[in-house]
Design a binder for this molecule. Sequence first.
Ligand code: ES4
Ligand code: ZN
Length: 326
Amino acid sequence: SDLIALACALPKAELHLHIEGSLEPELAFELAAKHGVTLPYADVEALRAAYDFNDLQSFLDLYYAGAGVLRDADDFHALTRAYLQRAAADHLRHVEIFFDPQTHTERGVPMEDIIGGIRRALLEAEAEHGITFRLIMSFLRHLSEADAIATLEAAKPFLHRIDGVGLDSSENGHPPSKFERVFALCREYGLPVVAHAGEEGPPAYIWEALDILQARRIDHGVRCSEDPKLVERLRAEQIPLTVCPLSNVKLKVYPDLAEHNLKGLLHGGLVITINSDDPAYFGGYVNDNFIACIKALDLSETDIVQLARNSFTASWLDDAAKARLL
Ligand code: ES4
Ligand code: ZN
């Protein structure tokens, strides 16, 4: 329809993308062959068929296993380059991407190779397609705070190449308050903070992300609807939510996209953005998420334009760059 064509063609930003979650099965097998490692699946089709999740943890198990084929800087470069080609095709003008260093340093991959490979692809896409970027280092919340602090220390020589920090992985049982000290350190280093909260976890985790970690944006945040005072705060302070509709359906946060609350939150005046999260695993990139929402939620032209604008408003671009894109 015309609305789908409009959404696809509009300039947009993506603010919630795990680069490891953009690993398509074809590249996973290619890298496995390159490194002489075997994936526990016969072929690309068998791996893709395993992408049938019950919850966040069942996805994360596969996501961390898949990331095992990423071993050198060229692998991270190939991964990021493939994502950015999809980004350009979706008319993304700006991307803010997460990487999970702990997944890789644990396997002996040097921090320098991870950041260097990702960044080389980002710089190439900026030159080729004009896509600007921010790179966000995310801590794994199922690991200890001490592990996160050690990771921050290991990243110290590269902090000029890191634009902010995030918090992801298994949410329940791992509240933001578990990471109060490491995020205080990050803020001392001048790093802006975001955090996954209210995806599977309760509204209390969103409050903690805001008040204890001083997050300036919430990743997912959809469970805010259970707490009207929280919704009012997010609206009053215009704290953006990076919502990932297809992710939420794949991980059974919502039984069906038609049940998703993003349109209600948008109409309530919250800064809602649409993002792909882990596009290789969840069935689509940014435009696929827009198309699915237009169909399931009957979004209007005004909604679509607002969502696209919000993606720039909520970004970490400076005001001059935002003014050019808005
Ligand atoms: C993630 Cl969907 C999601 N939630 C939490 N952590 C993650 N890491 C990668 N994808
Ligand atoms: Zn995420």
